[in-house]
Design a protein around this ligand. Sequence first.
Ligand code: HEM
Length: 103
Amino acid sequence: MSVLTHTSPRTGATAGVLAYLVSAGAILLLMMVFGLAMRLEQAQIISIGANHFYELMTLHGIGMVGVAALGGAAIMWHFLRSTSNCRPRCSSPTWCCSCSASC
Ligand code: HEM
């Protein structure tokens, strides 16, 4: 929230997009490690057991699909803010379009 209220809309959006992208990258790497662990289990190089395998598979599946949504939102945010004049209001969680007031 402080990102939206204590900086200019453009700076706030840039910081938000960066935060989304960095988070998405970190989660993607973690999910890749989970996927690799599952492949190693299937190749019988490591042994984590069926229960842990399916726990990892659930985390991996949900994480990969979720991270695609997070990354997609960041990319849409990046391009929308350069083509739209809508922005967050100062000290309010609402947005305004074509408003002239600036913080
Ligand atoms: C480094 C890349 C990846 C590796 C090594 C990997 C590996 C795996 C493995 C070993 C499984 C279990 C398959 C089985 O035994 O049936 C799996 C399941 C799955 N993966 Fe990946 N995967 C990767 C990337 C992705 C990506 C990019 C996505 C989606 C965008 C994805 C989505 C899923 C889903 C939805 C499942 C099924 C989960 C479930 O049924 O609970 N994976 N993956």
